[in-house]
Design a protein around this ligand. Structure first.
Ligand SMILES: C[S@@+](CC[C@H](N)C(=O)[O-])C[C@H]1O[C@@H](n2cnc3c(N)ncnc32)[C@H](O)[C@@H]1O
Length: 289
């Protein structure tokens, strides 16, 4: 395979990451793959803590497998804890991971996980042990928005955590629509607490997540962004829920109306969307400012 679709870039902090030439986007562009994945997912989701006390399989959905930095960071973070982790990775191309395997030494984080990653690419699933951890890792190679609307998606193992790492909404609008997040929310189990952090803090994303049914809060800084976003199907997984002050800002925003289709555009919130947002249980429950 030619290396033409991706290249390795050296970041300001000296670490390396993968750059997609087609999308003109670098994966984990500022602080690099490991640092971003550790702060945005591993620490923010308190994954080690949740995993430690967990009985049975703990299920993580990895939306936008890419070069697998998020998954491998989670594997490293949990590997001393005995337990069973099931990872469902989603992407419409295996190429970034294949590219990362060819550049494992430069990327660093891949080293030690080449065998399971190769087997994942070959068979679309792999069972292995790393440290005290037993892992089942599956790869669903498909257009994610279509896949989650298919009957197949209803039998996927229900997630306890979702790492949502598509390209930016302006370049990858199909991955940020209200129908997508509404369907994602409907696939969660009401009996299984699930949190979804993502790197954006934009008003449009936060409104979209809330109208899809999620509770939404301010997410941790990552080194790259001073603030990110965390959504969940329970308020108990959100430390700093968005409150009425945020709702006031939404009303003044020029970019708050969710994308109803995979075309990027910016618009103030429509009256019906504002009405629905104001009725969200998060604002009733809260007193959050
Ligand atoms: C920012 S990269 C993910 C980086 C990755 N999480 C990592 O740790 O290396 C975004 C990924 O989303 C995938 N993607 C974009 N649109 C998609 C779609 N419609 N369906 C499935 N995957 C998609 C891209 O192929 C790309 O690998």
């Amino acid at each position: 395979m030619p290396d033409s679709a991706y290249r390795i870039v050296k970041l300001a902090n000296g670490s390396h990451s993968v750059h997609s030439l087609a999308h003109h986007e670098t994966f984990h562009p500022v602080v690099g793959p490991m640092v971003e994945a550790e702060s945005l997912y591993l620490r923010q989701l308190r994954l080690a803590e949740r995993f430690q006390g967990h009985q049975g399989e703990f299920v993580v959905w990895d939306v936008g497998l890419g070069a697998a930095a998020n998954v491998i960071t989670v594997l490293r973070g949990l590997r001393e804890i005995p337990g069973h982790l099931r990872i469902l990775s989603f992407d419409h191309t295996p190429e970034p991971l294949a590219f990362a395997l060819e550049h494992a030494a430069e990327l660093g984080y891949v080293e030690g996980y080449e065998d399971p990653a190769r087997e994942l690419l070959r068979s679309r699933k792999v069972h292995f042990n790393t440290g005290a951890l037993t892992v089942d890792w599956e790869l669903h190679l498909a257009d994610f928005p279509s896949l989650i609307h298919s009957p197949e998606a209803t039998v996927f193992a229900k997630p306890h955590a979702i790492m949502f790492d598509a390209f930016s909404p302006a370049k990858n609008p199909a991955m940020w629509t209200l129908p997508l997040f509404t369907q994602l929310y409907s696939l969660l189990s009401p009996d299984r607490d699930c949190a979804l952090p993502t790197y954006s803090r934009s008003t449009i994303l936060r409104v979209t997540l809330m109208l899809a049914g999620f509770y939404v809060g301010v997410g941790h800084a990552t080194g790259e962004k001073e603030e990110t976003t965390i959504a969940a199907n329970t308020l108990s997984l959100i430390q700093e829920p968005l409150g009425l002050r945020w709702l006031e800002r939404v009303k003044r925003s020029g970019s708050a109306e969710p994308l109803s289709e995979p075309v990027y555009r910016q618009a103030p919130l429509s009256a019906p969307a504002l009405d629905a947002l104001q009725k969200h249980p998060q604002f009733k429950a809260s007193g959050h400012s």
